[in-house]
Design a protein around this ligand. Structure first.
Ligand code: HEC
Ligand code: HEC
Length: 335
């Protein structure tokens, strides 16, 4: 009897060990695999109105600059009106998964996008596939359905900047991060996209607001509840509750985390704090950062036009009210 038990336990242990070994082999082979995603055709332009549109998007609603400028001092300069360089190197913590570093988006031929074709840059924005074919963290850059003309404007502006040499550190994936990358959809390329040819024109319309909130400014990326390990949405869009690490700025208490507020029109939500469109617009253009270390890209958003912020307000007010977190957006993270 006892012998039989020991025998059964032995078999079980062997099965577990073999399963774990199989998992380890699978993860080792797949976590950093490359993908065949389409290389979109783009025709960049040197037309000054196209470049101006690209510049507005990069330093404003699409806030590429908040991640790709590479330092928090740069964000202060941004608030003072300086067009800080997009030379990359910012460390973005992904909780238990590790950290990724933003890349150098200036045309330097050794350390920047000078190494890549327009199609490789477009593929990254559209399909969440890095220039070398590996997948990235998809919700970080939600540009799959950005309009064709906005995408062209952005890449055209990137190509027109002066090159800056800056070597960016390699990403740091923990074991858990590698497992997630092997199995979870948000760390895989987008499956399908359907970008419009032209963006809804600037104007205080819901359509323009939705376009910005989903495909340009990523309000949906941060203000949607998400599983902390897989970043998969766990509730309605814009209802808040995603727990985010603070920015790793000096002087910021790294144990104080953020829980994104509800921005649907529910009584008590962050949206309903604003009695009208004008106060909402003023919050973005003049209010600035109230919480040191908040991941919300206030500096770039302050540069949005009155029409674009007004459009966001109209769109958010057109949503179904949803329950979400109430009260302070910060909390103390244990351990
Ligand atoms: C929330 C932060 C964030 C925002 C906003 C952001 N990026 Fe990125 N970007 C990153 C990070 C981090 C990486 C590196 C990802 C990785 O290694 O998996 C990256 C990588 C890239 C790459 C690949 C470059 C290379 O050398 O591998 C391109 C191209 C790019 N971003 C363009 C843009 C553009 C254009 C915008 C704005 C329209 C933008 N990004 C907005 C964080 C961001
Ligand atoms: C990178 C993540 C991120 C993105 C992108 C983001 N937010 Fe936020 N947002 C936050 C966090 C975190 C807070 C809470 C801390 C704070 O107020 O700075 C916040 C706060 C807010 C507030 C409350 C402000 C107040 O005065 O109480 C509003 C309104 C808001 N966001 C709207 C938006 C809209 C609209 C967009 C898109 C244009 C957006 N957010 C994009 C993370 C984000």
């Amino acid at each position: 009897m006892v012998r039989r038990l020991v025998w059964t336990a032995g078999i079980l242990a062997t099965v577990v060990v073999l399963a774990l070994a199989g998992l380890a082999v699978y993860v080792a082979r797949t976590w950093d695999r490359t993908y065949d995603a389409p290389l979109p055709e783009v025709r960049i332009s040197s037309d000054p109105t196209v470049l101006a549109r690209g510049e507005y998007l990069i330093y404003g609603p699409a806030h590429c600059v908040e991640c790709h400028s590479g330092s928090f001092d740069a964000l202060e300069k941004l608030s003072e009106g300086v067009q800080v360089a997009l030379s990359g190197g910012l460390r973005l913590a992904l909780g238990p998964l590790g950290a990724v570093y933003s890349k150098n988006l200036t045309p330097d031929t050794e350390t920047g996008i000078g190494r890549y074709s327009d199609a490789q840059i477009a593929r990254m924005m559209r399909w969440a596939v890095l220039p070398d074919g590996r997948a990235t963290v998809e919700p970080m850059m939600p540009f799959g359905n950005m309009s064709e003309d906005d995408l062209v404007a952005i890449i055209s502006y990137l190509r027109a900047q002066p090159p800056v040499r800056n070597v960016v550190p390699a990403n740091e994936w923990t074991l858990m991060g590698k497992v997630i990358k092997s199995f979870v959809g948000v760390a895989k390329p987008r499956k399908s996209i359907n970008p419009p040819q032209t963006a809804p024109p600037q104007g205080v319309t819901k359509e323009r607001g939705e376009y910005l909130a989903r495909y340009v400014a990523d309000c949906a990326g941060c203000h949607t509840p998400r599983d902390p390990n897989t970043f998969t949405a766990t509730g309605p869009d814009f209802s808040g509750g995603f727990e985010m690490e603070p920015l790793a700025t000096t002087g910021v208490d790294q144990t104080v985390w953020f829980r994104t507020p509800n921005i649907t029109p529910k009584a008590g939500s962050a949206l309903m704090k604003f009695p009208d469109r004008e106060t909402f617009i003023a919050r973005f253009q003049k209010g600035g950062r109230h919480y040191a270390g908040s991941p919300m890209p206030w500096e770039a958003f302050a540069r949005m036009t009155t029409e674009d912020i007004g459009a966001l307000y109209e769109y958010l007010h057109s949503l179904e009210p949803q329950d979400g977190p109430v009260g302070e957006p910060t909390f103390k993270k244990a351990g």
